[in-house]
Design a binder for this molecule. Structure first.
Ligand code: TXA
Ligand code: MG
Length: 363
């Protein structure tokens, strides 16, 4: 009966049935692809399963998780209470045009936690709201549908590391801590979903992401969307600068120096290397052309271009940071991109400002 043996590998074949039954029954989370980044999923209605996520990625328990659903019916089931009238849609009106336009896709909406909610309290980390999204990846949708449970999932990286945009990134971070990775190849978008709060007035973007704020503002009811997040260093004056950072996040092993520039005078790579105190090897990450001068350098530079346009930069960013890490560079210099347009560039710069932890002295 060899041909009746279920295929339990994920490298050589994807066994969604097995992944779905793990989601339903196991307390060890399952990694799966979404269009943004890989997620680390668990049944959002079972506390033990959700605790398994925090445990596997060593995530602080005060950071709430996003609930992934495969249909609006599934979301409505999660939102209705037994005594809510059946003719009123439990999904707040403000979200209807947004959902119509962007779901399935990289946008997460904040919803009130209903009374007697089926969600495990660990999902919301004590908040009275929760985030929900319908991912655009077909494997993700099939997995959620097959398991028939709402799936709580943060990004599937070890806490503080860059988010994983390929199955091998998940394996590298979580090997031995989880049992199953559904391998769907590299992610399309490369940065996480945009988190929006339509319960506040005006509505706000709480985290920039895969859908730009300019696009959100074209949706009825969302014209006055506010920026509800604060970057360590928002772009302002003309001098090149690199922000310090408070919390480690999106961070490779090597320190990251972000050079944001709007002026003409650019520092040289040698200057920056001196400030970073390195004579060894340096990773250089940039979009199209390098604008930093590289005169008189006496060290190895791993020069990595991650793309001609913003979507390619977003898609390749986390992977490039991880690749430079594997080359064991002493430090990584990243040239910022222009984020004045309210598009996905804002998400890229938000992640880079968080990853950068070196304070650049006045140049
Ligand atoms: O694209 C994504 O959103 C990916 C994929 C896997 O779907 N997920 C992801 O999850 O990035 P995570 O846990 O790494 O980030 C969730 C973000 C956090 O910034 C969290 O603080 C915020 O969403 N969040 C979750 N619930 C919230 C709530 N009720 N109110 C405000 N922010 C919330
Ligand atoms: Mg994350």
């Amino acid at each position: 009966d060899w041909d009746l043996e279920p295929d339990t590998t994920t490298q050589d074949g994807i066994d969604l049935q097995l992944a779905a039954s793990n989601l339903k029954e196991s307390d060890i989370p399952v990694a799966f692809p979404t269009e943004t980044v890989y997620g680390l999923g668990a049944d959002a209605t079972r506390s033990a399963a959700v605790k398994g996520i925090y445990h596997a990625k060593q995530r602080p328990s005060d950071n709430p998780l996003i609930v992934h659903i495969a249909s609006l019916k599934q979301l409505r089931r999660l939102l209705s209470t037994s005594d809510s009238p059946s003719d009123i849609d439990p999904i707040p009106q403000i979200y209807h045009p947004l959902i119509k336009r962007f779901w399935p896709g990289p946008i997460t909406i904040i919803l009130p936690v209903p009374e007697n909610s089926k969600l495990a309290p660990e999902v919301t980390a004590g908040l009275r709201t929760f985030g929900a999204r319908m991912p655009r990846n077909l494997l993700a949708l099939a997995l959620i549908k097959t398991a028939d449970v709402p799936v709580a999932a943060p990004s599937a990286n070890a806490s503080t590391k860059p988010s994983p945009t390929a199955a091998e990134h998940v394996r590298y971070d979580l090997d031995g801590r989880i049992e199953l990775i559904v391998d769907g190849g590299p992610c399309d978008v490369g940065v996480e979903s945009t988190v929006v709060d339509g319960l506040s007035s005006p509505p706000a973007v709480l985290r920039p992401g895969g859908i730009g704020i300019d696009l959100i503002k074209t949706v009825p009811g969302w014209e006055n969307t506010a920026v509800g997040y604060h970057d360590v260093s928002m772009k302002g004056d003309a001098a090149p600068r690199a922000p310090g950072m408070k919390y480690r996040h999106y961070s490779p092993k090597a320190p990251v120096m972000l050079v944001e520039s709007t002026g003409e005078r650019q520092p040289s790579i040698a200057d920056l290397a001196r400030q970073l105190g390195t004579n060894g090897s340096l990773g250089l990450l940039h979009a199209e052309q390098v604008t930093l001068e590289d005169a008189g350098r006496s060290f190895t530079v791993w020069d990595m271009c991650i793309g001609p346009d913003t979507p390619s930069v977003a898609r390749g960013l986390f992977s490039a940071l991880r690749e430079l890490d594997r080359k064991d560079v002493d430090a990584i210099i990243v040239e910022g991109i222009d984020d004045g347009e309210g598009d996905i560039a804002a998400a890229v710069m938000n992640r880079l400002r968080k990853a950068a932890e070196v304070k650049l002295e006045q140049l």
